[in-house]
Ligand binder design. Structure first.
Ligand SMILES: *[C@@H]1O[C@H](CO)[C@@H](O)[C@H](O)[C@H]1NC(C)=O
Ligand SMILES: *[C@@H]1O[C@H](CO)[C@@H](O)[C@H](O)[C@H]1NC(C)=O
Ligand SMILES: *[C@@H]1O[C@H](CO)[C@@H](O)[C@H](O)[C@H]1NC(C)=O
Ligand SMILES: *[C@@H]1O[C@H](CO)[C@@H](O)[C@H](O)[C@H]1NC(C)=O
Length: 339
């Protein structure tokens, strides 16, 4: 045998031995999907059981459908960057110290929605392969709005923006009973995230605490928001309401009292004023009549005065005319004309 032949024989022996030993061992990845929220760091657990060293193995993680499909290509004790899919640059690692224990788990930093899917782990020389599912979720807290608040009933709207995968929306009353709500509206945004909204109409007969619950079973996530709908007929609920109840009635009574007294006072004033006005009017009437009578009498007096004066003048003139003869007659005519 040539030395080179002997060497290749030995390596073949070692290889056969390794395969035989490895045959006992199984590559096991988690059968449960691994769930992470976007932005989290996550470990995809895979290991050889019973544990045998994978320190000198080529460990390859792939995700079918990607191009290149290599997520992490570990050979000769290091990551082969050249083959790695660019979207995983600087985001993956193997636990090099754990390889000797057969632990070939891969960690992904800051997972994205696009990281979700099925991953495969290969141990080439051992001819082992296993797969694992990664589910990535995005969640957000719902917001409840009062759409309408008429007498007797309230329409509530619950909206939750930015979920992945698509969640479901349920409404619950204070006792945790499901309420029948309208259909859930779902919109998928350009970022692949879902916005869901749902409306429910509730009676205000009894005050109640309603819950909007948004849940996604695949990522085992629930977010909920409560809203308190007070009873219409007797709204004594919060401490501020109680304060209002204590303060408002007395204030109302006082204000009412003030208003009533004001009304009564103004009424009285008005009455007095009208009476005064009437009195004044009457008085004025009396004055005017007096005045008028005064005027009348004065007029008459003046007239009579004038008359008497005229008469006396006439008499005097007549006397003179009778003594003056013709001149008197002419004067008499002139005087008449002048009148
Ligand atoms: C593999 O190593 C990781 C990182 O140290 C650890 O979290 C995980 O539990 C290990 N798995 C096994 C099976 O030991
Ligand atoms: C409504 O119910 C939730 C739990 O179901 C509770 O945490 C919350 O305090 C309640 N709100 C009011 C105003 O009672
Ligand atoms: C879901 O999460 C809750 C706590 O958030 C946990 O108790 C439960 O075990 C989880 N279920 C699964 C199937 O992961
Ligand atoms: C509806 O309106 C009444 C009266 O304005 C108010 O007391 C009550 O808080 C409102 N309900 C909700 C749910 O906003």
């Amino acid at each position: 045998m040539l030395p080179s032949d002997r060497l290749s024989f030995i390596t073949l022996l070692i290889l056969t031995f390794k395969v035989c030993v490895a045959e006992q061992s199984e590559l096991i990845c988690s059968h449960q999907p691994i769930v992470a929220l976007a932005g989290d760091d996550v470990i995809l657990p895979c290991y050889l059981d019973p544990p045998i060293s994978a320190s000198f193995e080529t460990v390859v993680w792939t995700k079918p459908g990607l191009d290149p499909e290599y997520i992490h290509f570990h050979q000769d004790g290091r990551l082969m960057f050249e083959t790695q899919n660019p979207s995983y640059f600087y985001r993956t690692r193997l636990f090099v110290d754990e390889l000797q224990n057969g632990n070939v788990s891969m960690k992904i930093f800051k997972v994205k929605i696009s990281d979700a899917g099925k991953y495969f782990c290969f141990l080439r020389s051992m001819l082992k392969e296993a797969s694992i599912q990664l589910t990535v979720g995005v969640v957000s807290t719902p917001i409840i709005e009062v759409v309408s608040n008429n007498s007797g009933r309230v329409v509530l709207q619950c909206e939750s923006k930015g979920w992945y995968p698509e969640p479901e929306v349920v409404w619950l009353d204070g006792e945790g009973n499901l309420l029948s709500a309208g259909p859930t509206e779902t919109v998928r945004g350009p970022d692949d995230l879902y916005t869901v909204s749902s409306r429910v109409t509730v009676e205000k007969r009894h005050s109640n605490n309603f819950t909007c619950r948004v849940q996604q079973k695949d990522i085992n996530q629930t977010r909920e928001t409560h809203i308190y709908v007070p009873d219409d007929s007797f709204p004594v609920q919060s401490s501020s309401d109680r304060i209002r109840i204590i303060i408002i009635p007395p204030v109302c009574i006082i204000v009412l009292f003030i208003i009533i007294t004001l009304i009564i006072c103004t009424k009285r004033n008005q009455k007095n004023e009208t009476e005064q006005e009437e009195d004044e009017g009457q008085q004025q009437d009396v004055k005017t009549t007096e005045f008028l009578t005064q005027i009348n009498t004065e007029d008459e007096r003046q007239k009579t005065l004038e008359n008497t004066e005229r008469c006396s003048v006439q008499r005097r003139r007549l006397k003179r005319s009778s003594s003056d003869g013709e001149r008197g007659g002419r004067r008499k005519e002139e005087w008449r004309k002048s009148l």
